[in-house]
Unconditional design. Structure first.
Length: 170
């Protein structure tokens, strides 16, 4: 009987310890409200803040009949190739399937005038260059390779036939 009584007291004390521990954990979580510093979490919160600031500046349009992402980019950015940025901003899975009445968020894209003032007038081709790489380097847009090709049609018979040392007009 004595052994049975000691087992009951031990079990009761163990239960009290478990309840007390559970209560302390709950109080700790409530006090910190999820403010446990886990690497990477603070960066995610900062990105969310930056994202909310961008949302304030965002322009939205409603797609009308006959519009495509290309025509919207041409109208808003004077560059049809910026349709890629619109797709990224809206997370559109199939760019060919936009509908009349669909709301599209237009991303904030840096001023083209500012970019053009930083671009040199000439560039000398080095090993490994392509028009795409050069356009990405100077225009931050690989699709601008056509602009470089058009400026150098007298030198280039084909856009993929660059020669090392060749000087291109940007």
């Amino acid at each position: 009987m004595k052994r049975n009584r000691e087992d009951t007291i031990s079990m009761f004390l163990g239960l009290i310890v478990v309840i007390l521990f559970g209560w302390l954990v709950v109080k700790f979580v409530q006090k910190n409200k999820g403010r446990i510093d886990i690497p990477g979490i603070m960066k995610l919160e900062q990105k969310d803040e930056v994202k909310s600031e961008k949302e304030k500046e965002v322009e939205k349009i409603v797609v009308s009949k006959g519009q495509s992402l290309w025509s919207i980019a041409e109208e808003k950015y004077n560059d049809g190739y910026k349709w890629v940025e619109i797709v990224k901003e809206n997370k559109i899975e199939n760019p060919n399937l936009i509908e009349v009445g669909q709301e599209v968020v237009l991303p904030v894209i840096g001023s083209e005038v500012e970019k053009e003032t930083e671009i040199p007038t000439e560039y000398t081709v080095i090993k490994g260059d392509s028009l795409w790489k050069i356009a990405t380097q100077f225009y931050n847009d690989g699709y601008q390779w056509t602009r470089i090709w058009q400026n150098n049609r007298q030198k280039l018979n084909s856009p993929d036939k660059l020669e090392i040392g060749m000087t291109l007009t940007l």
